[in-house]
Ligand binder design. Structure first.
Ligand SMILES: [Fe+2]
Length: 258
């Protein structure tokens, strides 16, 4: 599995675009999808594309209802000038710290996909770090923290769904499996889990070298996929004044068996 690539898609021929995208997603943790011609109807194009690649998962949540699922395929990540910045990252222009999306999702999709409806005038890149780079760096520089990440169970929860497991699991073949979202810690955590959640967040925010992080900025019509358990992702802050100055749509995707 390689870290990242960009694939050029036609933007119109769904079946050939799906074959190209699916193969890239199988082989890469992060794939930027770049249509040669911007599809006129982005929703229609990306609906057809995700259905042709695999099985889309209805991941949308209602942030006013504690993150309860809405049953919709596409989750809106739209800057809204009427929502206070700290109420919901997906409506703010703030930087978002590195995390996995499915930290509390017990039946995970595995692949997440964004497409961009409107790009911010500045910033807003999605940021990625490969789990392998993270672990290599930590093994050399942060061995004690890495040991705790592999041995302490941390429960992440939203609405009724939760997962309870170590933040980092390393398989015998070296595959690094990550599960982390600082803001989704379950209620009444064990003290060592709460401390680890805080310590790892602080490490990522203050001691992780920026050269290990890949920023991916999307223009209107472009997309990006990532293997949610193999990388951490976050977001750079961006400029926005009016509602809709930046708008991204997200869904989950299950790849068919190879
Ligand atoms: Fe996310």
């Amino acid at each position: 599995m390689k870290f990242s690539t960009t694939v050029e898609l036609s933007g119109s021929d769904i079946s050939s675009d799906a074959i190209v995208a699916r193969q890239a997603i199988r082989d890469h943790e992060v794939v930027r999808l770049s249509p040669a011609r911007t599809p006129e109807d982005l929703r229609n194009y990306y609906d057809s594309l995700v259905e042709a690649i695999g099985t889309p998962v209805n991941i949308a949540e209602d942030f006013t209802m504690g993150g309860a699922p809405t049953g919709e395929r596409w989750s809106e990540i739209r800057y809204r000038s009427d929502v206070p910045d700290m109420d919901a990252f997906r409506h703010s222009k703030n930087a978002q710290p590195l995390h996995t999306d499915e930290s509390y999702v017990s039946s995970a999709a595995g692949v997440m996909l964004f497409y961009c409806e409107a790009a911010a005038p500045r910033g807003g890149e999605t940021t990625f770090i490969s789990g392998r780079s993270l672990v290599d760096f930590m093994a050399a520089e942060e061995a004690e923290l890495l040991e705790r990440l592999q041995t302490v169970n941390v429960r992440y929860q939203k609405a009724a769904d939760f997962k309870d497991r170590p933040i980092v699991k390393i398989a015998d073949d070296g595959t690094v499996d990550l599960n982390f979202n600082f803001y989704c810690l379950g209620a009444d955590p064990a003290p060592e889990a709460e401390k680890l959640n805080r310590d790892f967040h602080e490490f990522l925010e203050t001691r992780l070298p920026s050269e290990l992080i890949l920023p991916v900025g999307l223009n209107r019509g472009e997309g990006v996929t990532w293997r949610d358990d193999l990388v951490l992702h976050g977001r750079n802050s961006f400029d926005a004044v009016h509602t809709g100055d930046r708008a991204i749509w997200k869904t989950g995707l299950i790849l068919p068996a190879a």
